[in-house]
Every structure is written in C-alpha cells, then in structure tokens.
Write a protein that binds this ligand. Sequence first.
Ligand code: AGP
Length: 612
Amino acid sequence: MCGIVGYIGSKKVSPILIQGLTRLEYRGYDSAGIAVIEGNKIEVKKDKGRVNNLYSLDGIDDLKGTIGIAHTRWATHGKPSKENSHPHMDNDKIFAVVHNGIIENYNELREKLIEKGYEFISQTDTEVIPNLINYYYKEDNEKDNLKLLRAVKNTCMDLKGSFALEIISIREPDNMIVVRKDSPLVIGKGNGENYIASDIPAILSYTKDFYFLNDYEFAYLSRDNVKFYDTNLNEIKKITKSIEWDSKGAEKAGYEHFMLKEIYEQPKAIRETIGTRLNNSKICFDELNFTKEYLESVNKIYIVACGTAMHAGLVAKNMFEKLCKIQTEVDIASEFRYRDPLIDNKTLAIFISQSGETADTIAALKLAKSKGAKTIAISNVIGSSITREADNTIYTHAGPEIAVASTKAYTAQITILSLIALYCADILRRADIIKIEEIKQDLLKLPAKASKVLKNVEEIKKFAKRVYKEKDMFFLGRGVDYSASLEGSLKLKEISYIHSEGYASGELKHGPIALIDTGITVIATITDKALVEKSISNVQEVITRGAKILLITNQNLENKGFETIINIPEVATELSPVLSIIPLQLLAYYISKEKGLDVDKPRNLAKSVTVE
Ligand code: AGP
C-alpha cells in the first residue's frame, strides 16, 4: 500500500529519508514526500511522481534538519496529486504526519473537525489525523511533558481502521512519536540516532537492532532514547531484537527460500491488494472510472497472460461471466498474438503480468490496442514496461516476488481481478446482488482464511516425503478447481521437474485415464459444492485403478479411500482457488526441497521471460 520512513539523529535527514523511500518502492508509489524540522518550523517537500523526483524539488538541498518523516503513496482514494501526497499538516502547521493504512471513519471525523472550524486541502483520509492532534493538543491544559503524546493517543482512540503513523511537531522539535495498528512499522535503534520504517530491509543498512511495536503501543523517540507507552500512557519496557540478516537475508525475512517466504506472505499480499478499494461494500477504481454506458457497450472481455498469470485469468473468467454477463475469453499471450483475434472497440482486454516485462504479453497488448480494444494491465511492478503500454494500469500489492515460481502474485492477481469484476458488476447490475455481496464479504475474509490454511502444513510435508521420487502426477478438478489444478501442476513441474498434468476431472475418462496405474499420485481439488458428487465419482474412477489420492477440499468429505485429505476453509466458490492453491504451492515446495533442488532458481527458467 504505502511506505513510511523516519529518522531522528544528528545526520542531515533528507537523503536518509529519500533513500529509505526508494527501498520501500515496492510498496507502490505515485507520489512521495518528506517533512523536516527546520529550526522553529516544519518544511514539507512533496509532489506527485516517483520517489526520485524528490531530489529535484525546490529547496530540497537546503534542508539542514536532522529529524524528519517521509512517505511513498500509491493512490486509491484521492488521485495522485501534490495535495493528496503525504506528509500532511494541520491547519496551524504545528504537526506533520505520515500514514500507512486506511482510516475507515475519516468522513465522520472530517465533518466533526469542519464543524470545529478546520479546513481540508486534500481528499485523503490521512489529513484528519494532524488536525485531530491539533484539536486535542489545544484542548489539553495539563502542565506535564506528555501533552503531545496525549494528543496523539486521544487521536488514535478516535481512528477506526488501520494505521502506522509517524508524527513530528514544532512544539517538541527534538522528538518524534510513532504508533501502529494493523499496519507494519519497525524502529531501528542506532547510537545517538533512531530509524523508523514500514519494514526491516529499508533501514537494515543502518542498524541490526530493532524494536517491534504491538498494536496501540506508542514510541516516544529522542536522539538518544526510545520510550514506550500503552494506551493509558503507562510506560512499558521493551528490548531490542537483533536481526542477523545480510541484505539478501533481510529480503528472505528468515525463511530458507524466497518461495516459502512469498507463500507465507499471501495473507498480507491479499490484504494490501484489497487495501482501500473495498470499504462498506463500495469498490473504488478511480483509475478506471467506468460508466454504465461504457460497460453496457462491452460485448467481450479478453484476459491474456502467460503461465501462472494466465491461470489467474481462468479463475477471473468465471466471475466476469457470472457477475457481469459479458462473454470472457482467456488466452495464452503467445497464441493470442498470432491468431488474429476478433477485437474491436467493444472489446475490453485485460493483460496480467507480475513482472510487467513478459514479451508475449506486452506484444499481445499492443496488438489488442491496435485493433481498438480498451486495454488494462494488471502488474505487480510499479512502472514496468507493460504499464506504459496499457490504457489503464491496476497494480497488485504483493510486494517483490523474487522466487521464479510465482505464488503470492497469483493469489493477488485473483484478488484484484475479483475486485474489478465486482466493480463492474455493481455498475451493470446484471447479477444477483446477494451473490455479489457474498463474494465481497468473502474477499475481505481471505487474508485470515489464507493464514489458517498456512498453519496446516505438516500433512503436506509428510505427503511430499512419500511422493517426491515419483515421475508423474495428475492434478484433477472441475470448474474453478480445474483452474487451480492447472496452477498446482505448473508449480510442481517448474520446481521439482516431476512431469504432471492439470486435468478437468470429467475429461480424464476420454483417454488420459489410460495413464492411471497402481500407485500413481493424483491430487484432487473439490471445493465447488455444486460439483461435489460428480468430482468424487471421478476420483473414485482413479482410485479403483490404483491411484494414491491427496484431496484438497472445503466440503468436509468422508474419507472414501483418500490417502490424505487437506481440509481448507470454505469461501465463495468463485474465490476458492485463492485458498486451494496454497496446499499445492506448499506441496511443490516441499517436494522440490526433498529432492535437494534449487527451489528459488529452477533450471532453464527465468523470473521474467522478456524474449518471445
Ligand atoms: C510461474 O510460476 C512462472 N514463473 C511463469 O509461468 C510466469 O507466471 C509467467 O512467465 C508470466 O510471468 P509474468 O506474470 O511476469 O508475466
């Protein structure tokens, strides 16, 4: 979503802040800014545009201050602009704040502050925070030295939603206050200086000693000290934790492989991809701004991508057709670009690419555009090549995906595609609004449900140990479970080098069932309530021919000859691949690990296929 950085010490703060922001660039940005205490005032330098643009802002080099805060924003509510970029100040220019998160009740707070005479410059939720601090600070007649801390605490008690905040004030020019609730924030302890950031890698080059805040814990920083307080402003003791990572280690956050880290980052990737877009059942895509008239003119949607990204598209097809009643075709980019697809200005073409650099997908986008289609790019890398070709770009916020095998990007892609389908469905009103609402609510539950699936890893590890020497495997599913099976099969192939096929359960008996022999491993996924009986009978067909079954399901099925059952939480069928894929990702990972292969860099592969 956004990245925040802070520093309090004796070095010139502006270069430290800007460098920290560039290391948080993956959190997305289209506007950035810093605020520095300069004598008895706060200087704010901010604008729309990339982090590096800060170097060219007037007066940036004249900043001498050694205390400051900084922010890199990726806009969803309130377009990218100078006014909407952070830091934000109160009307009296006494406080400056940077914020990562969502203030869900900001409209209500804004109205209250306007009634008290405050004015607002931006459309952001964040701007209520410095003005609330201003209000509570002025109301406070205590004569102790906790006035600023009390004003911040009282403000936080009014906020609903998520926040990681850094606050500086000319009332206490030698201090900084930070606090978090749900959004990430770490404090790096230096010698006569302290650092703050959204994540460890952004400041690991300065220190290895970190404080970690729990929700609603306040840190009151000076150059030489950090004090901690709870919501009753009782001081609490904290000790630093030493993070013995090198820079690569920092990126792996302690995991043995990037792939495992990225599998476990999926709840966060889903949460941050949803971000501020879905609030009180309203979906916001300022970047698209579709009208009912335009959407009613669309007679076909193409979803075009390669590999895992294409598999995410297959899941989305189901939603666009069911919820928007628009014919949706999913195609492999390398095929699409050479088959002269039927496209005109009534075609909406969506191109999915984690890296945003896949040659086939970019070429396919250019072709669609040349034929008059409106084009949308879905990418995980800000400013990547594909984003410069598309009419519109929608970013996933999965964070950097380093492992060649794509995992969190896949679940984030399904998340953002679901949001776009629901956004269009709300405008078109062609589907059952109860169904639409059910999917919205289930979307918001995905991060917690994904975390639950990730806890159930031991059975997967055991199964991997039993099957890692196999030469062939089948992945079976119907409907959305077929899409997930294709992705599960790709994961296994690309990192364990075991041949496997994702197959439509109902299609097996039309030939490939001849390959089923005693002991062959079949991984079946059954999550679609409407297809349970048929899917079970397909699985029975292979069991009678000697297959060993791993079943992934959320239907509480009786064990009828399955070797292993992995039960996952139930969710709207349209979204179930976001959860059912996780055991399949973990299975591929542990099989590859069991075989002693290079999980993160499998042979013959590259993270981004920039050639045809
Ligand atoms: C997935 O695990 C593979 N690394 C590969 O299929 C990948 O999804 C494909 O090359 C597309 O990459 P992109 O999303 O960056 O365009």
